[in-house]
Design a protein. Structure first.
Length: 135
């Protein structure tokens, strides 16, 4: 039943990935510039809604393709990286005490975000870097 909606769910997931990254980037830049709007309630709620939709679509996609974290290496890596991304994002937007720590956490979160996308595109734990390793 869900398989007939695979394309729609995939597009929703990818759209949410882009929206989530864009909103995080905007909030992170505002946080670096000490703009109070960075942690405005509406931006936080929007982030929660986008990320919840993203994760729901991800769960549906895993059930459609019948590949799951802990049994499929690339999905295991994506979930592990997602946890690191969330921790770094929390530091960048809220918890880091100094501007330097916020900046480092923000840059680290963006790097992890890019690597998660790389893993997703390649369906490989090494992401697009696989071609450099297996030369």
């Amino acid at each position: 039943m869900l398989t007939q909606h695979y394309s729609l769910i995939l597009h929703l997931h990818v759209t949410c990935v882009i929206l989530s990254g864009a909103l995080f980037s905007a909030r992170g830049i505002m946080r670096m510039w000490a703009v109070p709007l960075a942690n405005h309630r509406m931006l936080r709620v929007s982030s929660y809604l986008i990320d919840t939709t993203l994760l729901t679509a991800a769960i549906l996609l895993t059930s459609i393709i019948r590949q799951y974290p802990l049994t499929s290496g690339w999905l295991t890596v994506k979930v592990a990286l997602l946890l690191v991304y969330i921790a770094l994002g929390s530091l960048a937007l809220k918890r880091a005490q100094t501007p330097r720590a916020r900046l480092l956490a923000f840059l680290g979160a963006l790097a992890i975000y890019a690597y998660i996308i790389s893993v997703a595109l390649a369906h490989d734990p090494l992401g697009v870097f696989r071609r450099f390793v297996s030369a």
